[in-house]
Design a protein around this ligand. Structure first.
Ligand SMILES: [Zn+2]
Length: 182
């Protein structure tokens, strides 16, 4: 099984679950982080949440700087992340998701967020992002930990449309990381 085959695709019920807090950062947590980073880079995604590899725990990995094989890697591992501040002002962004290959959907989210999370050393870290891919990615990935996916932010009509395009993309063989499948 390749790294990409490990990615859980919608409508898998594991994408709808509340994930458990990680109480202790042990070897299995470090191995999970490594596996998630491997899968994220293999699919050329900018973020991945633990339920997307079938593990219902509160961990996400993000790298918004990596751009293909020659890219410089700058991975973040966020354990038990929490959004502690979000702006009232929102901003639309075309989002993709490794669990919804083949589609991009425009989602409106707060333009600025502050996130607190532990890193793999157990240190409490704070991340602040505004008007950029990191701001979107943090919110998108943290959503996954409470069973929320990007299509849940759409109006009922737009959701039906997005799910129909997703179905078409899957039927024509779209794979995680592909967002422009015809
Ligand atoms: Zn996603």
């Amino acid at each position: 099984m390749s790294a990409i085959d490990e990615i859980v695709l919608s409508p898998d019920p594991r994408l709808k679950e509340q994930c458990a807090r990680i109480e202790e950062i042990d070897g299995s947590v470090r191995r999970l982080a490594k596996r998630m980073l491997r899968d994220m880079y293999a699919a050329e995604g900018c973020g991945l949440a633990a339920p997307q590899v079938g593990e219902l725990v509160q961990m996400v990995v993000i790298d918004v700087d990596y751009a293909g094989e020659d890219g410089h890697k700058n991975p973040y591992v966020l354990i038990n992340p929490e959004i502690v501040e979000a702006s009232e002002e929102t901003r639309p962004f075309n989002e993709g998701c490794l669990s919804f290959p083949g589609i991009l959907v425009e989602i409106e989210r707060p333009r600025r967020v502050v996130v607190q999370a532990e890193n793999l050393d157990g240190d409490l870290m704070q991340y602040e992002a505004a008007d950029n891919l990191l701001a979107v990615c943090l919110q998108h990935e943290i959503d996954h930990l409470s069973g929320t996916t990007m299509v849940d932010h759409l109006s009922p009509m737009k959701r039906v449309e997005a799910l129909a395009s997703y179905q078409d993309a899957l039927e024509s063989g779209a794979r995680p990381g592909e967002t422009d499948h015809d």
